[in-house]
Design a binder for this molecule. Sequence first.
Ligand code: COA
Length: 260
Amino acid sequence: MNDQYLALSGTDAVRVLTITRPEKLNALNRAMLAALAARLDALARDETLRVLIITGAGPKAFVAGADISEFEGLTPDAATRYARDGQLVLDRLEGLPVPTIAAINGYALGGGCELALACTFRVMAETARLGLPETSLGLIPGFGGTQRLARAIGRQQALELILTGRQVDAAEAVRLGLVLRAVPADQVMEAAQALGNQLAARAPLALRYAREAVAAGLDRPLADGLAVEARLFGLAAASADMREGVRAFLEKRHASFTGR
Ligand code: COA
């Protein structure tokens, strides 16, 4: 199931979605955003999928941003709709039932950085750069960057990166907690795969509920977060995988999870 801009590869359980427009550093145009939305919808319904890795084609870029050539002549209303459309695509990504890993192989700027921020995890090539340069264009991040970056690294650090448009290297990205780990460029896919395989072996519903509980808690008061956690703990306890996990422990064997 490949189209002009998106290539899907990998195993049933751990699939790799490659954004493929290397001649423009994988900059996201509207057609690509629409293709991405459709692809994410299909993947959300795919019960064999356990982990999705997203990366960019070519050696230079993950995604160098939204396609700047589409910005000229945007009216304020059209720009608002454009931002909202992009946000909804990245909400779909963040809301996928399976964990996602951005394998940041090169520049992740603007919409590319925002795409990575909507993933559950980020691993980054030591040669790659992350940043939100929109203020250099007289714009602000519009695909969730002002919201997810501040939640990921805190208000002060996020504001510095957004207001200066400064790009960070991998070592700084790790220090900021913006990415999970930095690896040599030729090992970024390997590192993402290793993490993906680790996640794919675990109980899918438990991973989904754990992500949901953490996300809910970060947006609400502690008491509300605790209530969400208890409710999801109850749902997990209703799963066949919970029974299998407990039985496997007691029988001193590896659990085999089905996602039920
Ligand atoms: N939108 C549209 N086209 C883009 C793009 C973007 N966000 N980023 C890169 N490209 C295009 C370039 O225009 C160029 O096209 P061309 O060969 O037809 O001229 C091609 O991709 C290669 O980029 P180039 O700028 O020549 O590569 P570089 O190595 O000199 O610089 C960057 C790399 C990432 C520093 C530079 O491309 C850049 O600053 N891109 C824009 C980043 C940005 O502001 N993103 C946020 C958008 S809101």
